[in-house]
Write a protein that binds this ligand. Structure first.
Ligand code: DGL
Length: 285
């Protein structure tokens, strides 16, 4: 197999990274992807830094050894914050893209100069996030909220049998956290921009927009991550040259360490993928 024809690896603690995979597949329509949802160990945002680093290394090693990936997208803000530096040191030859809350794009978009940021506790507490916030200091006012429980409720919303309860929990948490942050709107002093600093939150974008009103801008990172992935592959001469005559389920292979039905439901709902695209990951990860 030529280097360029190998798949791109993508992973997240669960289904959140599917929001990034969606942007990756539209920016890179000829590429093959292997997605690993670490559902059995989610949510990462409420685990220790050490735990998230260990999971990130185990998954990266697995994707390299079993799936011979040519590049890796860490489609999880929490894992990026905890482990991207170590990954870069350990795999200097591997094109590697992480995700981080889009503070700089938000500064460019905001008119009121007051920006809200929602993310997991792990991301918000990380040194990497502190440095990111420091890099835009003085350019806008930031109100940051850690949203414990939200990623988990979004995970559960795809599990057969728990969709309704999870939906109610999501509505409750969104209302509680956004109210705690202050007032959203376009009047002076109000937050007119909200950064979605966790890839799971993209899947509750519509609920957030309805809650905050149509004038508040929601900012996520999937498209920028897809562009960066394309740039890195191009620079490394690793872009696939043309479409391969394979089905969607062969081009996009999704694996889970947890519940297969939940991944199948999420993949169908958000990417239109058939159930055959989803598999159980090998038990030794
Ligand atoms: N989707 C992940 C992120 O972007 C993590 C959610 C979680 O597992 O807590 O941070």
């Amino acid at each position: 197999m030529s280097a360029a024809s190998r798949p791109i690896g993508v992973f997240d603690s669960g289904i959140g990274g599917l929001s990034v995979l969606r942007d990756l597949q539209s920016a890179l329509p000829h590429e093959h992807f292997v997605y690993l949802a670490d559902n059995a160990h989610a949510p990462y945002g409420e685990k220790t830094d050490l735990y998230v680093r260990q999971r990130t290394h185990a998954i990266t090693d697995h994707l390299l050894a079993e799936h011979h990936i040519k590049a890796l997208v860490v489609a999880c803000n929490t894992a990026t914050a905890a482990a991207i530096h170590e990954l870069r040191t350990q795999h200097p030859q591997l094109p590697l893209v992480g995700v981080e809350p889009a503070l700089k794009p938000a500064v460019a978009l905001s008119r009121t100069g007051h920006i809200g940021v929602i993310a997991t506790r792990g991301t918000v507490a990380s040194d990497k996030f502190a440095r990111l916030l420091g890099s835009v200091r003085g350019q806008a006012q930031f109100t940051v909220q850690a949203c414990n429980g939200l990623a988990l409720a979004i995970e559960q919303s795809t599990l057969p049998g728990s969709a309704e309860t999870a939906g109610e929990r999501i509505a409750e948490l969104l209302a509680q956290y956004t109210a705690a942050m202050g007032t959203f709107g376009t009047a002076p002093g109000q937050m007119d921009t909200l950064v979605l600093g966790c890839t799971h939150y993209v899947f509750v974008e519509n609920q957030l927009q309805a809650l905050l009103g149509p004038d508040v801008q929601l900012v996520s990172t999937g498209e920028a991550v897809a562009r960066q992935t394309r740039r890195l592959l191009e620079a490394a001469g690793l872009l696939r040259s043309g479409p391969a005559p394979v089905s969607a389920a062969q081009r996009m292979r999704l694996f889970t360490t947890g519940d297969l039905n939940g991944l199948q439901a999420a993949a169908q709902r958000w990417l239109g993928l058939p159930a055959e695209a989803c598999h159980k990951a090998s038990p030794n990860i």
